[in-house]
Design a protein around this ligand. Structure first.
Ligand SMILES: [Mn+2]
Length: 279
């Protein structure tokens, strides 16, 4: 029998980063860096100096304190989808080079913004297929914009980015503000089995997938999309993530945590927040 050493998954409250540990092996994951987002604003006449250094500083701090062996960048490393922005030619390679010097291995799981990222990626950094990466057959990582490769369903936990989950609060002056959140959801195994049987041969398929973690974006300028507002279910879940679209994920009862670790309630509960001014 295979001996599974205990694996722990620890959101690094208050940082939007996930730490995975198995014995003395440590893996750090961050999602949705969107390096170069600020230069895309120049098309609108808004000029913001590059924020990449600030983003890098935060990640370097985490890497030097936690000393993981592997860093997983869970998609949308860069921001511009089609053409590279000028700053990305400099910022992305520099960012990746610095992180690479601090860990044994940097792995990129590409997102929908990462077309042609190879051109900007220094040697020695691995870019896996967009179907994702299975760590020890226990934790599966994919960005969330496309379907994961079937092997990932053998993992108990799947981790995605892409959604940029946040909840919207309103004060009594009707000001709306967003707070990034973590989402932990369980799956509906029967529904998933049914769905998978259409896509792959499930006879001997070991389906161990039990929970989905949706990571907040690491870049704090990406405030995210309010999962507690009405259009989320129709547009966001419906359009942007195939795994959520299947209805196999029990979003209604998912647990929502603020970045500092405070449990706000279930998805069902937080949808009430937007209707009631709290402050
Ligand atoms: Mn993204």
């Amino acid at each position: 029998m295979k001996d599974y050493a205990a694996i722990t998954l620890k959101p690094l409250f208050p940082e939007p980063a996930l730490l995975i540990q198995r014995e003395d092996y440590t893996v750090l994951t961050v999602a949705d860096l969107h390096i170069g987002w600020e230069s895309s604003l120049s098309d609108y006449g808004i000029y913001i100096p590059s924020q990449t250094k600030r983003l890098l500083k935060k990640l370097v701090e985490l890497l030097t304190t936690l000393k993981p062996q592997i860093l997983i960048l869970l998609g949308d490393v860069k921001h511009a989808i089609v053409k590279f922005e000028k700053t990305e030619w400099v910022d992305v390679p520099e960012f990746l080079k610095t992180t690479k010097n601090l860990v044994e291995k940097v792995v990129i799981v590409p997102g929908n913004h990462d077309g042609d990222l190879e051109t900007l990626t220094p040697e020695g950094i691995e870019i896996v297929e967009s179907g994702g990466l299975a760590l020890w057959d226990e934790v599966g990582f994919f960005h969330g914009h496309s379907w994961p490769k079937p092997e990932l369903f053998k993992c108990q936990t799947l981790v995605i980015g892409h959604i940029h989950p946040a909840i919207a609060f309103r004060d009594r002056f009707n000001s709306r503000f967003l707070k990034r959140v973590w989402v932990k959801a369980h799956i509906e195994p029967e529904r998933l089995k049914q769905h998978l049987s259409k896509r792959i041969k499930t006879n001997n398929f070991k389906l161990r997938f039990k929970r989905l973690i949706i990571m907040p974006s690491f870049n704090d300028f990406m405030r995210g999309q309010a999962i507690n507002e009405d259009d989320f279910e129709e547009t966001a879940i419906g359009a942007i993530s195939p795994i959520l679209r299947t209805g196999c994920i029990d979003m209604k009862n998912s647990e929502i945590y603020l970045l500092d670790g405070i449990y706000v309630g279930s998805f069902k509960d937080v949808r009430e927040i937007t209707r009631t001014p709290l402050l």
